[in-house]
Ligand binder design. Structure first.
Ligand SMILES: Cc1cc2nc3c(=O)[nH]c(=O)nc-3n(C[C@H](O)[C@H](O)[C@H](O)COP(=O)(O)OP(=O)(O)OC[C@H]3O[C@@H](n4cnc5c(N)ncnc54)[C@H](O)[C@@H]3O)c2cc1C
Length: 290
């Protein structure tokens, strides 16, 4: 299938890109890795009148740490995350998730910010970012604003981004040295979207008490879902198997999976229960290892 006709622009500066976005409004789509947008255009599920290709914009391909955040620019690809020493040292949840995204070709081209902007409930990065309390930076010709990840995805394939805004960065708070995280996922076959997946994060204080916690679910709710009730249960407690079992029960109760070709709803709910418990146990091990 060929996509319908469209205009194409490949700006070389952020100002130029933002100008085009504000001039052309709703008939414009940003093209990043193209791994979701191009298939949608070929299937005629999207027919933008113009594509703004951001791949030539300078300064958006970096993963860097500054001011207490790990910052990923709009052109950071899935594989950049998987290959980053900085990420593997600073954010185990992201490091665990990166190799599970799609297949090597998609991982080479697709971007983390593109995946967040796409807001597919089967997408993995939104859960990782929810568990890590990330925020996104939305930039337009009239300025910049930050949006907490928990407010960013508002519905299926729908975000809080305005039509004239570009998602220029996602930033993840860097916790103290005693942090651990994990991403547990079940796929029917390698490269497939998750049947069910759970992102976890635990931060410990000097006494081993939990001072920060993140749990988020992929593919088992209408949108990626942060399990705030379980996070609140964990914070302030000494970790224990019983505590993790209780948190896992809350996560399973929060999930609203559907019966489909990937499996029955009750099976998926059970996977969430098991993955939450396992993910928290692995997060604890990593945090205790410092
Ligand atoms: C075969 C296959 C398997 C896949 N499996 C998985 C998987 O297992 N897990 C997973 O999470 N994902 C998976 N994906 C999706 C993949 O991760 C995409 O890369 C991702 O969803 C979109 O990133 P992109 O850079 O390719 O964005 P694009 O396709 O370029 O854009 C996607 C959407 O986001 C918008 N957009 C992109 N960047 C920005 C920006 N900076 N600011 C504002 N809007 C922007 C576009 O306008 C478009 O609406 C798969 C894709 C394919 C083709």
């Amino acid at each position: 299938m060929y996509p319908p006709k469209f205009d194409y622009a490949a700006p070389r500066s952020l100002d130029e890109a933002l100008g085009l976005l504000s001039d052309r409004g709703e008939d414009v789509k940003v093209l990043a890795g193209g791994q979701s947008l191009i298939p949608m255009m070929k299937l005629r599920l999207a027919s933008p009148a113009m594509l703004i290709d951001i791949n030539r914009l300078p300064g958006l391909s970096e993963i860097a740490e500054s001011d207490g955040y790990l910052r990923l620019g709009a052109l950071v690809r899935h594989n950049d995350v998987g290959n980053s020493d900085l990420v593997s040292r600073r954010n185990p949840t992201m490091a665990a998730a990166a190799p599970w995204i799609a297949d090597p070709i998609v991982r080479n081209r697709g971007t983390v910010c593109g995946a967040l902007a796409h807001a597919d409930p089967l997408g993995d990065w939104a859960s990782v970012m929810l568990a890590c309390d990330a925020e996104v930076v939305a930039t337009s010709a009239s300025g910049q604003r930050t949006i907490p990840m928990r407010d960013f995805i508002t519905d299926v394939f729908t975000t809080a981004l305005r039509e004239d805004e570009l998602l220029t960065e996602v930033r993840v708070p860097v916790s103290g040295s005693r942090t651990g995280g994990d991403y547990q996922t079940l796929e029917r076959k390698v490269g497939d979207y998750a049947t069910a997946a759970v992102a976890t994060r635990l931060d410990l204080d000097e006494d081993g008490r939990i001072v920060g916690a993140g749990i988020a679910l992929t593919s088992v709710c209408s949108i990626n879902t942060k399990v705030t009730e379980a996070e609140a249960l964990l914070i302030g407690q000494q970790p224990s198997t019983e505590l993790f079992v209780e948190a896992a029960e809350i996560a399973a109760r929060t999930a609203t999976p559907q019966d489909d070709v990937r499996g029955p709803a009750e099976y998926k709910r059970d996977v969430v229960r098991v993955f939450t418990r396992r993910g928290l146990a692995t997060s604890l091990e990593l945090a205790q290892a410092g």
